[in-house]
Design a protein around this ligand. Structure first.
Ligand SMILES: [Zn+2]
Length: 133
């Protein structure tokens, strides 16, 4: 352990109190992962401290300021499904594939096959103009 790894006042780390990995300065301070394990999220608060392990830093947040993880409601789940469906739908032939449309192509592999890149870009521009985003 380097001396600067234990820095409770944060004078060597821009004011952020710093502790060695696994050092629990207070039961109120938890990593993002530890909060998640008990159903909480930082909720916009600034990190209160950090732990360091071999030059890698992990932020610690106050459990007392943390907010509950938002539950996945049916409406949020439906919105997510719609978004995933849109990502699997080819804008040219409207085929819905098993996986997401490759962003490098912008359409399904069947449409991209045999088309020159310039033709492809023209067709995609037309398809985008036809469908209001
Ligand atoms: Zn297609």
């Amino acid at each position: 352990m380097r001396a600067t790894d234990l820095d409770p006042t944060g004078e060597h780390h821009g004011g952020l109190p710093t502790y060695p990995w696994r050092y629990r300065p207070s039961p109120d301070l938890m990593t993002r992962r530890q909060l998640r394990a008990v159903g909480l999220r930082p909720g916009g608060q600034e990190p209160a401290a950090q732990v360091v392990c071999r030059g890698r830093f992990g932020y610690l947040y106050r459990r007392s300021l943390a907010l509950p993880v938002r539950p996945m409601t049916p409406a949020r789940w439906q919105a997510h499904q719609r978004m995933m469906l849109a990502r699997r739908t080819c804008p040219l032939c409207r085929a819905v594939g098993e996986s997401c449309i490759p962003t490098s192509l912008g359409c399904c592999l069947e449409c991209a096959d045999g088309l020159a890149l310039a033709e492809l870009e023209q067709l995609l521009a037309l398809a985008r103009a036809a469908v209001p985003a």
